[in-house]
Design a protein around this ligand. Structure first.
Ligand code: SDX
Length: 374
């Protein structure tokens, strides 16, 4: 009997030098650095550079990336036209997936798979996705496009373009932490999708569009949106017990909990929870904090399944003022750094990714009814 590894659980398919997810030590390293150290000290732009190039940028290298990112933040007219063709009810993940596809289709260098060209495309996507996400939330609210400001860093400018007001430093700091924590996580489903597409020698944009499709699912990136829907559904800390009784009785997955690799808790959660705590204090959101704690303690005590990064991220983005539907596109904006690092790593030492399958369909049979000899 063939040993099928459903969902590739536990299967090591390749090397990566980009990040190390270690369930034994419950740790996450980006190019060797603990993600907690990076989140506490670096701007997201520097972490993107680290993931792409393997080292933190020098002052000059960071200045070059920052200058490029700030010079390329505007929403391309063709991309805005494409977004405006989509109904306001379109899911924001479909909008950002379409927008990236338009950007790629319009890029004459799309099929130049050289590393130099892929670095340029990676930097361009890092710069362009915030404008796509910010504009889509604003148009759904009946608000107009806000032009970027080149006097603001990545996090502050993302908030500026979304809310058209001076970004609050507490919010910008928490947002920067969330971008760093979401940036990379080895061979997760969306990253592996990007690597499979890259392995056929398709272009970087095609790989990113595929990765966005994979991230949308609530078992993966869509969980941060689902967390907020669950918290809204429960409403108050007092309702957690009865709500969980019913949810677990109907075998419902509680999004924001559990992980394929981490089994005793997601290494990133304490850092994101600390960021959430600053937002709770800043906005006097004690009721939300009580609901958050009540659901976590009750579910963990019942099932021994711990929160993942999406659990603290959802309420954090809610307190920052983002629509719930915008949460997973924020994950896209961050993870595009990790996806493009993996795309370049895959391309650098490529092998077509094509696993085997064990056939369990009908035995050979023929239209004329004859049965082949055994
Ligand atoms: C991300 O891979 C990555 O690194 C992803 C990510 C990244 O940074 O890229 O970390 C981001 O995607 C985090 C995960 C977000 N997803 C969710 O929050 C969705 C809810 N979580 C579950 O669906 C689940 O925990 C998975 C999919 C995340 C992991 O599932 P596994 O490893 O395939 O384990 P499983 O689903 O087989 O669960 C084992 C048991 C099952 O019970 P039985 O059927 O054996 O009785 O635990 C149960 C599951 O039903 N279980 C849950 C649960 N998670 C696991 N039951 C209820 N709610 C949950 N959240």
């Amino acid at each position: 009997m063939t040993d099928i590894k459903k969902g590739l659980a536990g299967v090591v398919v390749d090397y990566t030098a980009i990040s190390k997810v270690n369930p034994e030590t419950n740790s996450l390293l980006y190019r060797g650095y603990p993600v907690q150290e990076l989140a506490a000290t670096q701007p997201f732009e520097a972490v993107a550079y680290l993931l792409w190039h393997g080292e933190l940028p020098t002052e000059e290298q960071l200045a070059d990336l920052v200058a490029f990112e700030r010079a390329n933040r505007t929403l391309d007219p063709a991309v805005k036209t494409a977004i405006d063709l989509l109904p306001l009810e379109a899911h924001p993940m479909d909008v950002v997936r379409t927008a990236v596809s338009v950007l790629g289709a319009a890029d004459p260098a799309a099929f130049d798979n050289s590393r130099e060209s892929d670095v340029e495309k990676s930097r361009l996507l890092l710069a362009k996705i915030p404008a796509m996400v910010a504009y889509d939330q604003r148009r759904r609210r009946g608000q107009g496009l806000v032009e970027p400001r080149d006097d603001l860093d990545y996090a502050h400018n993302f908030l500026w373009m979304t809310f058209d007001e001076e970004p609050d430093p507490v919010v910008a700091a928490a947002f920067n932490v969330s971008m760093i924590l979401y940036a990379e996580h080895s061979f997760n489903a969306s990253t592996f999708t990007a690597r499979v597409i890259t392995s056929t020698m398709a272009d970087l944009y095609s790989a990113v569009v595929g990765a966005i499709g994979a991230l949308k699912g609530p078992l993966h990136g869509g969980a941060n949106e689902a967390v907020m829907h669950i918290l809204d559904e429960i409403g108050t800390a007092q309702n957690v017990g009865p709500w969980l009784d019913e949810a677990l009785a109907s075998k419902r997955k509680i999004m924001g909990f559990g992980h394929r690799v981490y089994k005793s808790g997601d290494s990133r959660v304490p850092t994101m929870k600390a960021a959430l705590d600053t937002l709770v204090e800043h906005y006097d959101a004690d009721e939300l904090a009580e609901l958050y704690d009540a659901l976590e303690s009750d579910f963990v005590s019942r099932k021994g399944i711990y929160p993942n990064l999406d659990y603290p991220s959802g309420p954090s983005y809610h307190l920052m003022g983002f629509d719930t539907l915008t949460f997973t596109p924020l994950f896209v904006a961050a993870r595009v750094a990790g996806w493009t690092a993996h795309i370049m790593e895959q391309a650098a030492s490529n092998a077509l990714i094509r696993p085997l399958s064990e056939y369990n369909g009908p035995d050979e049979r023929h239209l004329d009814g004859h049965v082949p000899d055994a």
